[in-house]
Design a protein around this ligand. Structure first.
Ligand SMILES: Nc1ncnc2c1ncn2[C@@H]1O[C@H](COP(=O)(O)OP(=O)(O)OP(=O)(O)O)[C@@H](O)[C@H]1O
Length: 454
């Protein structure tokens, strides 16, 4: 009787949907496929005779049919990525006697060609939008505001408050913090909140420009200033930032010669282009960033003290991620959403094991590293939850369970090994610093590093 009913139901589904060009799938309460029409099978290149009874996540990429069958909440015109392209799908729960018994899914285009045309059209529109965004950004240059700085750390919240109070004035700001802590994000936010927000925000990465080109890059050059110079000359970053903000990233890498010129620009409000006869007036606000100790560089005479005091009017010290572990959870949630939106792959959460690894890891590359790890894990994951196995190998290795110790000697050794490992990591492999922090001699540390094979 049951199988007759089943046959009858299949016949009805086949009559209704068998010959339509729309892609149709029906799943039961558990998310297993009870029907998938020929169009859909052709679309995703599966054999219709084998799909029935399989869990829908094993057959359709990035599907949410099983979720709709579970929650009873319909999803209309939802973007779903299949084989790197977007399609648009309706997912409708099926009800019987007040209970959800499954769900019906439908791809919204009559045939795949039509969808391909629409997909190209959407991509075109997205590209156009991107072009406009870039144009706007080129005119202004700062795309982030204070709202984009995600944190629950009292220290960082305090920094945000400090920015709110000082951004409107024209004082120079020095952003300090390890690589990837968000210095550029802060620089954008300051510009956004300042009176100069409608004027350009221009970034210079001092570490990326060869020493002999830096003056031309910063102050521009006149026609015929040197061999290979562009005809008609070229404005420098100072001229481009006129009226707005100049963000000097990695200022510790600025050559001394250029430092003198920058100081002059700040003190006297004028610059001299390479090959120019007369100075030129400029009005820029300086935000500088560094992850080096400028004080040490001053002692070594690699950084000018007068420039340091000129740029260090307001100082923002961004703490590394490992000292604000409370931020790891909210940042990873936020970044997962960001990566999901960017890649079009819907991944919703992390498993508990992944959350634990994230919490314990020391994040030497800070938020940038967290974002990269999440991006790589999202590419690896097959479902909606990032699993431990989806993490990059170095994170899995870091968090491999430590075998349980048996004797007191083993316990002591294991604890000692872990302590040394931790401090070495925090000191970025600097053994002198690590030895100092551990309160032992350097040679003793070397012995232990050798003993534990660290
Ligand atoms: N609090 C935060 N909230 C959201 N995103 C963040 C936060 N901090 C950093 N990020 C993100 O992390 C990445 C690295 O940030 P950013 O480039 O600002 O770091 P940085 O300190 O300037 O690094 P570097 O010194 O290497 O230039 C960016 O994608 C940024 O958007």
């Amino acid at each position: 009787m049951l199988s007759m009913l089943e046959d009858y139901r299949n016949q009805v589904l086949e009559t209704l949907f068998g010959n339509v060009e729309h892609c149709i799938v029906v799943v039961d309460r558990e998310g297993c496929i009870s029907y998938m029409n020929e169009s859909y099978c052709r679309f995703i290149d599966v054999d219709q005779t084998t799909v029935k009874g399989k869990h829908v996540t094993d057959v359709i990429e990035n599907t949410r049919m099983h979720i709709v069958a579970d929650t009873g909440e319909e999803e209309m015109a939802d973007l779903q990525q299949i084989r790197g392209d977007y399609m648009i799908a309706h997912r409708i729960p099926l009800w019987e006697n007040g209970e959800v018994i499954g769900a019906l899914g439908m791809v919204l285009f009559r045939d795949t060609d039509e969808w391909k045309i629409m997909n190209t059209h959407i991509k075109d529109l997205l590209l156009e939008l991107e072009t406009y965004r870039n144009q706007m950004q080129q005119q202004n240059g700062a795309k982030y505001s204070l709202h984009d700085i995600i944190t629950s750390s009292p220290d960082v919240l305090q920094l945000k408050e400090k920015i709110r109070k000082t951004a409107h004035s024209d004082v120079s700001v020095l952003l300090r913090g390890e690589s990837g802590t968000g210095k550029e994000l802060f620089a954008h936010s300051i510009h956004h909140l300042s009176e100069r927000s409608t004027k350009p925000f221009v970034k210079v990465n001092c570490a990326a420009i060869p020493e002999d080109l830096i003056e031309a890059e910063l102050f521009g050059y006149q026609d015929g200033a040197f061999t290979g110079a562009k005809k008609g000359g070229k404005p420098g970053k100072f001229q481009l930032a006129h009226g707005g903000t100049l963000f000097l990233d990695e200022i510790g890498d600025m050559p001394l010669r250029a430092q003198v010129k920058i100081l002059r620009a700040l003190q006297e409000g004028e610059i001299e282009a390479v090959g120019a006869v007369h100075p030129q007036e400029v009005d820029v606000r300086i935000i500088a960033a560094t992850n080096q100790s400028l004080e040490e560089m001053i002692q070594d005479q690699r950084f000018r003290e007068d420039l340091f005091y000129r740029i260090n009017v307001v100082q923002i010290d961004i703490p590394p991620l490992r000292t604000r572990r409370g931020d790891i959870k909210i940042l990873s949630k936020y970044l997962l959403q960001k990566v999901s939106d960017r890649t079009g792959k819907r991944v919703e959460e992390f498993s508990k094991a992944v959350e634990d690894v994230f919490y314990k890891y020391h994040w030497p590359g800070n938020v940038r590293e967290l974002e990269n790890v999440i991006e790589s894990a999202v590419h690896m994951t097959d479902g909606e939850t990032v699993q431990y196995e989806d993490l990059p190998a170095h994170l899995q290795k870091e968090s491999a369970p430590v075998p349980e110790a048996e004797t007191l000697k083993q316990i002591v050794e294991q604890t000692e090994k872990q302590a040394i490992q931790k401090v070495l990591k925090e000191a970025d492999g600097d053994k002198s610093l690590a030895a100092k922090r551990l309160g032992i001699g350097k040679s003793s540390l070397y012995d232990k590093v050798k003993k534990y094979n660290l």
